[in-house]
Ligand binder design. Structure first.
Ligand code: NAD
Ligand code: MG
Length: 393
């Protein structure tokens, strides 16, 4: 068998797009634990130029890019006297994705990750996909580009990485369904009449996972699972009816794959993204160190139950969007990004997020979408629609 990561004789070069975030930090932690196997090529961030420069210097990256052009001087100053090259602006982020590297960790949040992901796929190398929004909004385009270039897309989202590990491609026609688990987030037991008063601070406190702000809110509304259902349908080429969701409050089982012969393969791990990241970076080999290990004897009880779609209707919206087509998936994502942004700025209530997505989806059309630029155009169109909708609440 081909060993991708062998004895360190061939160090793999790595881009980390979104290096200052939660997935970025977990990826750096995996690099630290496996020092001789990976070397950093490019690191990027949105606006924290000092943190980006610190990372670039500590990990000896070759190139650093900050999206916010106003931070260019800060980055320049912080990197002066080093050999690290630097740039600023959105175009520079996309451009950096064409610099050669064996792997790219796609860990930018939201649709902002799409241009660099799509650009990198041209190289025909390995995309480590954390940025689910790109697959949700441009799944067909990304898969086509990967097929053309020979690129691999290895899922990093823990549920999808779990499915990937249990999915026997040679028995694809014997897979009856895949199951993504959902923690249910911080409000799963909160009575419906109290959801209206949920604060940003409460929404950001996820019971099991430590993550960036946007995905934490997505987990609280369960829109994260809606995005993941769409992501899974594209990634594994399955009809929506074969992608199920079960609520599993303990976040130990991340995914299951059920076969026609009655076998149900489960992927288990601690709620620690380093496990999925380490797997994706080394596949088909395994690293010596990744995430925390489970103390299997300490697991008193694992529960799996269907989601409460009355209080959390988000997951239902994903099936609706998938049934309609890619424009509806873009509309769902755009309305959610806009509404979560407004909630984080405290100008929209928690419950209005899902309502906005639902109403925006009702307005979605079904045009053929042929390029990532068109995806971005539709995204902006539905963001505006979402804003009009919540103003009418
Ligand atoms: P985060 O907010 O902690 O980090 C986001 C990173 O992207 C930061 O480096 C930030 O500077 C950069 N960024 C944000 N907006 C940008 C923009 N407009 N242009 C350029 N760079 C920008 O987020 P995260 O929790 O690390 O999540 C990153 C992605 O991974 C998301 O798509 C999320 O859904 C996915 N994901 C995260 C987790 C997790 O445990 N955190 C798990 C599964 C999937
Ligand atoms: Mg996930």
């Amino acid at each position: 068998m081909l060993l991708l990561v062998d004895t360190g004789s061939h160090v793999k070069t790595l881009h980390i797009f979104g290096a200052t975030g939660s997935i970025g930090s977990s990826t750096l932690a995996v690099v630290t634990k496996n020092k001789n196997l990976f070397s950093l090529e490019t690191v990027t961030a949105n606006s924290n130029a000092e943190k980006l420069a610190q990372i670039a210097i500590e990990y000896k990256a070759k190139h650093a890019v900050i999206a916010d052009e106003k931070q260019f001087d800060v980055l320049k100053k912080a990197l002066s006297g080093t050999n690290i090259t630097y740039a600023a602006g959105r175009a520079a982020i996309k451009e950096a994705a064409s610099r050669p590297a064996d792997m790219m960790m796609a860990a930018i949040t939201g649709i902002a990750g799409l241009p660099s992901v799509y650009e990198y796929l041209k190289q025909g190398k390995r995309l480590l996909l954390a940025n689910k929004e790109s697959m949700v909004t441009a799944g067909d385009l990304m898969k086509r580009r990967a097929r053309e270039s020979g690129a691999e897309i290895i899922p990093v989202d823990s549920e999808h990485n779990g499915v990937f590990q249990c999915f026997e491609e040679q028995n694809r026609d014997k897979v009856s369904r895949i199951i993504l688990t959902a923690s249910g987030g911080p409000f799963y037991e909160t009575p419906a009449n109290e959801l209206q008063n949920v604060t940003v601070e409460q929404a950001l406190k996820h019971p099991n996972w430590s993550m960036g702000a946007k995905i934490s809110v997505d987990s609280a509304t369960m829109m994260n699972k809606a995005l993941e259902v769409i992501e899974a349908a594209y990634l594994f080429d399955l009809p929506p009816a074969q992608v199920d969701v079960l609520v599993h409050r303990q976040s130990i089982i991340h995914a299951l794959v059920e076969y026609n012969d009655g076998s149900l393969l489960a992927h288990m791990g601690m709620p620690d993204m380093q496990t999925a990241i380490a797997h994706a970076m080394a596949y088909p080999a395994r690293l010596n160190e990744g995430g925390k290990r489970i103390d299997i004897t300490a697991l008193a009880k694992l529960t799996l139950v269907p989601p409460d779609t009355l209080r959390f209707p988000s997951v239902k919206l994903a099936y609706h969007a998938l049934g309609q087509g890619s424009e509806a998936c873009i509309a769902l994502n755009a309305a959610n990004e806009a509404a979560v942004g407004a909630f984080l700025q405290k100008t929209l209530s928690f419950q209005a997020i899902t309502r906005t997505v639902e109403k925006t989806l009702e307005k979605a059309d079904n045009h053929a979408i042929c390029s990532p630029d068109e995806v971005l155009d539709y995204h902006h169109h539905y963001e505006k629609k979402a804003q009009e909708i919540w103003k009418s609440f």
